[in-house]
Design a protein around this ligand. Structure first.
Ligand code: GLU
Length: 255
C-alpha cells in the first residue's frame, strides 16, 4: 500500500516546542517497520515552526511573519536532522521536500514534484514533506498540513491518508464538554449533520482544528483516497489502522 502519514506539531513536540523524543522515536520505529513490511510511506510533517520556537528559546509562538519564517527555517533543520538520525537506525533513507501553494497550482512544477516523488519511492526513500514556511507568504500559502496531506495523497494516488494529531477522531459533540459525545468510526459521506458536529466541537479539539481535517477528508475522498484521523500519542495504532481496524475515524472515499 502507498500510505501518506501526516504528523501534527502536537504529536511531535511538547508544549515547550521541544521535541517529544520518546514519541518521535516510537513513530520512526513503527513507520520503518511498516515500510519493511512492503508499504510505501510518504510523510507530511509539521513541527518546523514549533521546534524553531524551542530551539531559539522564544517565549511563545511568534505572530509576525518574519519571525515565523525564521523559526521555521531553524526548526525544519532540527526536524530533518532528527528524522534522518532515527530512520538511519532502521536503515532507511529520508528525503526532504518543501513546497508552497504555487508549486501545486503551477502545472510544470506540480509535475516535477510528482516525478521526484515517484523516483524517490522507487529508490526506496521515505519522502518527508512540509510547506516551505520560510518563503510562503499569504498569497502562496497552503496554510495547513492537513490540506497539504490531502493534496499529496491525491496527487500520488495513495491508498490512504492517516492524520495523527492530539484528538481521537470525530465526535458527535465536544467530548470535554459533553459526556454523551460518541466517536464516529466511519463517515461514508460528509453530510450537513457531520459539518454541524464540527461546528459544535469547534477548534478546541485540536491545534489544527477539525475544520481543516474535514476539508482534507473532502479533497481525499473526492479523489478516491480514504482518510483516517487518529490520536498520535500511541504510534503503535498505525499497525491497526493499516490493518483496517476500527481506530479513530475513517472517512471513506467515494466510488
Ligand atoms: N508547516 C507548519 C510547520 O511545520 C505546520 C502547519 C500545520 O500545523 O498545519 O510548523
Amino acid at each position: 500500500m502507498r500510505i501518506v502519514i501526516k504528523l501534527g506539531t502536537s504529536t511531535l513536540a511538547h508544549k515547550t516546542g521541544r521535541l517529544n523524543i520518546r514519541r518521535v522515536e516510537e513513530l520512526c520505529k513503527v513507520i520503518s517497520d511498516l515500510k519493511n513490511a512492503g508499504n510505501e510511506i510518504i510523510m507530511v510533517s509539521s513541527g518546523a515552526i514549533g521546534m524553531g520556537v524551542g530551539k531559539l528559546s522564544l517565549s511563545e509562538r511568534p505572530t509576525d511573519i518574519p519571525t515565523k519564517q525564521a523559526a521555521a527555517a531553524v526548526g525544519q533543520c532540527e526536524l530533518m536532522y532528527t528524522y534522518d538520525k532515527l530512520f538511519s537506525e532502521y536503515n532507511h533513507t529520508v528525503a526532504q521536500i518543501l513546497i508552497t501553494g504555487e508549486d501545486i497550482e503551477h502545472k510544470d512544477r506540480c509535475l516535477n514534484f510528482e516525478n521526484t516523488m515517484k523516483r524517490l519511492l522507487e529508490l526506496g526513500a521515505i519522502p518527508i514533506i512540509n510547506e516551505n514556511d520560510s518563503i510562503a507568504t499569504n498569497e502562496i500559502v497552503i496554510g495547513d498540513n492537513d490540506t497539504l496531506g490531502a493534496i499529496v495523497a491525491t496527487t500520488l494516488n495513495a491508498d490512504m491518508l492517516i492524520i495523527l494529531s492530539d484528538i481521537d477522531g470525530l465526535f458527535t459533540a465536544d467530548p470535554r464538554k459533553n459526556k454523551d459525545a460518541v466517536m464516529l468510526h466511519r463517515v461514508e459521506e460528509i453530510t450537513p449533520e457531520i459539518e454541524a458536529m464540527i461546528g459544535g466541537a469547534g477548534t478546541s479539539l485540536g491545534t489544527g482544528g477539525m475544520q481543516t481535517k474535514i476539508n482534507a477528508a473532502k479533497i481525499a475522498n473526492s479523489k478516491g483516497v480514504d482518510m483516517i484521523i487518529a490520536n498520535g500519542k500511541d504510534p503503535d495504532i498505525l499497525y491497526d489502522i493499516v490493518d483496517g481496524k476500527d481506530i479513530g475515524t475513517r472517512f471513506v472515499a467515494k466510488g
